[in-house]
Write a protein that binds this ligand. Structure first.
Ligand code: PMP
Length: 283
């Protein structure tokens, strides 16, 4: 495996950043997780745009332009001969002092890791996930907006620890108003009475790129899509529920907090949207 760091490639064991990098010291940086299908990065432009917005949100200037970033990503794929896999793109604040002062960090680092993908096991797609609600609240957008995909994922990690303790692989996070926000690393959708619902950005979510594609596909087949505040009651009483994310694609959810959703099996709309999503990735 060859890892790209700011213009050079390093073997995995040699790929290192400074312990004074504020990405390491403070989680000061931004990242993207992308999928590669048939040698091409899925929705690359959208990921690049979100990365630049995340960087802008934390006043971090990315040291190369979008065109060169795309080239670096594609070159890393070629060097590693990856046709189907996952890419992690990271931009750190760079090396600084032990203080918080971001303006003393003059050399942001760009890191690109291309790897084979570890999806959820296929059995979970067939049977559907059982998830629980975390008592860890999703960070409030007025504190640090979850739309910034920052290197500081502790909020999500604390929730994921709760998932594992409950024997689950994903976990639902509520916002400080008690509404459904998203999962630790996926967005959430429910389907009820012919309408697909998902929480709006104001609920304090990362606006997932898979979420956007699924909304486009659903609209394209004539489904009504509604972004509106959602509570656990809406999930409990929905006909179908599923999660979306670059790594997971679409994965059905059949239980929340031990309560059965719909008939307890992956729903027809979920299966249809997953099939259409997979067609989209082949285009
Ligand atoms: N929410 C969070 C918190 C995430 O980390 C992610 C990405 N893993 C998502 C949602 C899904 O976003 P995307 O579809 O762009 O991968």
């Amino acid at each position: 495996m060859k890892i790209y760091i700011s213009g050079e490639y390093f073997e995995r064991s040699e790929a290192k950043v400074s312990v004074f990098d504020h990405g390491f010291l403070y989680g000061d940086g931004v990242f993207e997780g992308m999928r590669v299908y048939g040698g091409k990065v899925f929705r690359l432009r959208d990921h690049i745009e979100r990365l630049w917005e995340s960087a802008k949100g934390i006043a971090l200037e990315i040291p190369i332009d979008a065109g060169n970033m795309e080239k670096a990503i594609n070159d890393t794929l070629s060097v590693n001969e990856i046709k189907d896999g996952y890419i992690r793109l990271i931009v750190t604040r760079g090396e600084g002092t032990l203080g918080l002062d971001h303006y003393l960090c003059h050399d942001p680092q760009i890191i690109i890791i291309a790897d084979k993908l570890a999806l959820y096991p296929i059995e979970l797609y067939n049977a559907g996930l059982e998830i629980v609600t975390a008592s860890t609240i999703r960070v409030n957008p007025s504190m640090l907006n979850p739309q910034v995909k920052s290197m500081n994922y502790l909020n999500n990690i604390l929730a994921k620890i709760e998932a594992y303790k409950a024997g689950c692989v994903e976990v639902l996070m509520l916002n400080s108003r008690g509404e459904v926000a998203e999962c630790s690393g996926d967005n959430i959708f429910i389907y009820k009475h012919g309408v697909l619902h998902t929480p709006p950005p104001e609920a304090g979510i990362l606006e997932g790129i898979t979420r956007r594609v699924v909304m486009e596909i659903a609209t394209g087949i004539g489904l009504k899509v509604k972004e509106a505040p959602m509570t656990r009651h809406d999930v409990f009483t929905s006909n179908e529920c599923f999660l979306t994310g670059s790594a997971a694609e679409l994965i059905p959810v059949v239980k929340l907090d031990s309560r059965v959703i719909g008939d307890g099996k992956p729903g027809l709309i979920t299966k249809k949207l997953l099939a259409l999503f997979q067609e989209e990735t082949k285009k």
